[in-house]
Write a protein that binds this ligand. Structure first.
Ligand code: FMN
Length: 321
């Protein structure tokens, strides 16, 4: 699974002096990164929306890598946004598919820094000019990470800049981008997010072995479930046994909302809204009924320096209606 997807919006990387350097550095230095070169994938500008949305769904961090063209993204990348950020994917009543993902704008700018100033010939700052992209991220519920951009990236032999200098700046740009991505991947909130996804993916299978879960619970974990209170690993095993004899495996836990709040350097509060879609056994208390249940979950978790996560408190409350 690719955690980082880089969407390259340069319309012709064959002619690029800087974006191509950045993409090569990122590909070779970042593990598990998927780079999608739109110019190679879609020379005819006909975007495969399903493929692109799938790539985004698999990612935690989305990087838009592009040259600044007419104070915005190149037409190819704009077309990609127009097509891929569609109704009920990026916005609309069910348009939460990008929610919570980080987005980084990483771009190369031809003009010098001082020109992007009220007194310069470009009049506006870069931050002002990219506001429409920032708002696009907000509407899709994405985390708009501080953009990374580098000036003086245009190279016209004998007219503008020196190729070695421009490419040196491109490598420095790539270093900054890689550092930013690594910081995001290794943040406690990210580790907790990954943990949540794995936790519920395991629950979907309802494995025989309860150790798969107890290893992430403190010995004195307090569990408040919809049917009562359970304490410690023994308590979890009791509850889990009932769950396994009630629900058939291959159920579906859909995490609809996540909020992670830092309580201290090692402790976080996690608030979740989870939908459980499952079939039950005829001999269980649910008598073979199929259920579609929405619950709020409130977890207290600890996270160590090496990002090992332990749940200290796990409280489940049904959502009415
Ligand atoms: C069509 C076009 C529009 C451009 N518009 C801008 C612009 O608005 N502001 C700017 O600073 N540079 C602009 N540039 C310069 C590019 O940003 C610069 O050439 C690019 O970042 C270099 O990347 P590359 O080496 O990967 O092609 C433009 C270049 C082209 C070809």
């Amino acid at each position: 699974m690719s955690k980082v997807v880089v969407i390259s919006g340069h319309p012709n990387l064959e002619s690029s002096n800087t974006n191509t350097v950045i993409l090569d550095e990122v590909s070779s230095q970042l593990e598990g990164v998927q780079v999608r070169r739109l110019d190679q994938l879609y020379p005819d500008y006909q975007i495969n929306v399903d493929e692109e949305q799938k790539a985004l769904l698999d990612a935690d961090i989305v990087v838009l890598q592009f040259p600044f063209y007419w104070y915005s993204v190149p037409a190819l990348l704009k077309k990609w946004i127009d097509d891929v950020f569609s109704y009920n994917f990026a916005y609309g009543s069910q348009g939460d598919k990008l929610k919570g993902k980080d987005i980084i704008l990483s771009f190369t700018v031809g003009g010098p820094e001082e020109s992007y100033d009220p007194l310069g010939y470009n009049h506006f700052t870069i931050e002002q000019l990219i506001k429409p992209l920032q708002q696009t991220a907000y509407l899709a519920g994405m985390n708009f990470v501080k953009p990374i951009y580098t000036h003086r990236m245009v190279y016209i032999p004998g007219v503008y800049n020196d190729l070695d200098e421009v490419q040196g700046r491109a490598r420095e740009h790539a270093d900054k981008l890689i550092e930013q991505v690594n910081e995001l991947l290794n943040s406690p909130a990210k580790a907790i997010n990954r943990f949540i996804q794995q936790w519920f993916a395991d629950f979907d299978v309802l494995p025989d072995d309860s150790e798969r879960f107890t290893r992430y619970l403190t010995n004195d974990v307090k569990l408040v479930m919809t049917d009562g209170e359970y304490l410690g690993h023994e308590g979890f095993r009791d509850w889990y046994q009932t769950a396994r004899s009630t629900f058939k495996p291959d159920c579906q836990h859909i995490v609809e909302q996540v909020s992670i709040q830092e309580l201290s350097a090692t402790q976080h509060q996690v608030e979740l809204r989870v939908r459980l879609i499952a079939d039950s056994y005829p001999e269980s208390s649910l008598k073979g009924e199929s259920i579609n249940l929405l619950v709020n979950e409130s977890w207290k978790v600890s996270i160590s320096d090496d990002q090992a996560i332990q749940i200290q408190e796990y409280i489940v409350t049904p959502v009415d209606g």
